[in-house]
Design a protein around this ligand. Structure first.
Ligand code: ADP
Ligand code: ASP
Ligand code: MG
Length: 412
């Protein structure tokens, strides 16, 4: 039998300082000595990426995106080298590489590039030579050698994509909490760790704000059926296993609550109510590569209508620019934006076969006198946009309503 290959990923907080890097190195050495071949993906140290972004914004309000990728990719280059030094010092061969060095090829969309292909030759060679291979997360290059980054939290994506490309036995994501919880444990003290969760559910939770996993990394895991463990880098627990849906999972109606505070709402008032108007506005936004989340439009009694939608705050300035131009052309009355919103969501595959979840969620918000501004639903989730100041309170109220706390429900 061949020696199992495992991909491990360590997030920023797990390598925040020299002591933590040494701790991670000891964990790597332990896995290596237990007989595994290892590819390790690392994020930038602690808050490095945030600090670099802040620095750039002190210099320019909307810094050039290519240069942002040049800047941000340095963070991970520091951490891989330091970790390789730490592992090497413990007497185990280790070698670090950047994303471009190991052939992670992406499209050309700077700051949110997608992986197109991974040429695993260099990694395979180093593994064969007995190295622990340490790869910088969150980065790649275009086919014209431009450095790109994969979007915030993108090291998870590097790890899962490498696990797929290298046919690893599984992928281990090491972070600063014990696994995936029923809600962010920093917001809900009583949140419960989930033992097993389906790709579908974690994908929804991740896209709806639970930043414990990067959503595109889950998409890749789901598509190629890569088992993913989410674990705490400080302890030795089993963590959460992300896997295919099982029947037992369907017994649980709501598995988690998520919160997003990084979206803004844009409203276009009094747009002429005729075919093709929405198409024009959203085609322009798509062309500018701006991601739109929720959209609402209501039929009115008059000849005009109002359209609202949400975008990520870091794309708001660009979105407003595009929308204001389209609104002028369409002779809409006004474009207004609101950055003070939060989106709270419930997720669960059991919702497919249970009704009344929306009513219970709305009632929990109503009891707290929290007004709902927008609603969207899918087969396995319900999201509400509310006042930005009340997001955490809403999460706690909904978590309580569905009895998701440690002592409330049977284990999955
Ligand atoms: P890393 O730096 O290791 O990638 P992140 O900060 O990206 O870590 O993600 C871990 C954080 O995700 C946790 O500290 C926690 O606050 C947050 N989080 C949000 N929702 C959840 C959830 N449902 N379960 C676990 N953690 C969550
Ligand atoms: N360092 C990058 C970030 O902070 C990537 C990652 O941590 O996954 O977003
Ligand atoms: Mg992360």
């Amino acid at each position: 039998m061949s020696i199992p290959l495992i991909v491990q990923k360590y997030g920023g907080s797990s390598v925040a300082n020299a002591r933590r890097i040494q701790r991670v190195a000891r964990r790597i050495v332990k896995a290596r000595k237990a007989g595994c071949r290892l590819v390790v993906v690392v994020s930038a140290l602690g808050d490095t990426t945030d600090d670099l972004i802040e620095l750039a914004h002190k210099i320019a309000k909307e810094p050039n995106e290519r240069e942002m990728d040049m800047l941000l990719s340095t963070g991970e280059q520091v951490s891989v080298a330091l970790l390789a030094i730490a592992v090497d010092r413990l007497g185990v061969k280790a070698i670090s590489f950047t994303g471009p060095q190991v052939g992670i090829i992406t499209d050309k969309f700077h700051t949110k590039a997608r992986i197109l292909d991974i040429n695993t030759e260099r990694i395979q060679k180093a593994l064969k030579e007995g190295y622990v291979v340490i790869v910088a997360g969150f980065q790649g290059k275009t086919d014209s050698e431009e450095i790109t980054t994969l979007g915030r939290g993108g090291s998870d994506l590097t790890a899962v994509a490498l696990a797929k490309a290298l046919k690893a036995r599984h992928c281990e994501i090491y972070t600063d909490v014990d696994g995936v919880f029923t809600a962010d444990p920093r917001i809900v003290r009583d949140a419960r760790k989930i033992e097993r969760i389906s790709y579908e559910e974690i994908l929804e939770l991740a896209s709806l704000g639970a930043k414990v996993m990067h959503s595109r990394s889950v998409e890749v895991g789901k598509k190629f059926n890569v088992p993913i463990y989410v674990r705490n880098s400080m302890h030795n627990g089993e963590g959460t296993l992300i896997t295919k849906e099982t029947q037992k999972m369907e017994d649980i109606t709501v598995s988690g609550v998520a919160l997003t505070e990084d979206e803004a709402k844009v409203t276009i008032y009094q747009v002429p109510d005729r075919p093709g108007v929405a198409a024009k506005i959203f085609a322009r936004l798509a062309k500018a590569n701006i991601n739109i989340d929720m959209i609402i439009q209501n039929k009115t009694q008059t000849k005009t209508t109002d359209i609202s939608f949400t975008v990520f705050k870091n794309e708001l300035a660009r979105a407003l620019h595009v929308v204001k131009k389209a609104a002028r052309e369409l002779q809409a009355q006004q474009v207004v934006c609101d950055e003070n919103i939060a989106k709270v969501s419930v997720v669960g595959i059991g919702m497919r076969s249970h009704s009344g979840i929306a009513a219970r969620m709305f009632a929990a918000l109503a009891r707290k006198k929290i007004n709902i501004q927008m609603i969207s639903t899918s087969e396995i989730k319900i999201s509400c946009v509310i006042d930005g100041k009340r997001g955490k309170e809403a999460v706690r109220a909904i978590h309580r309503e569905f009895k998701l706390g440690k002592n409330s429900v049977k284990k999955r």
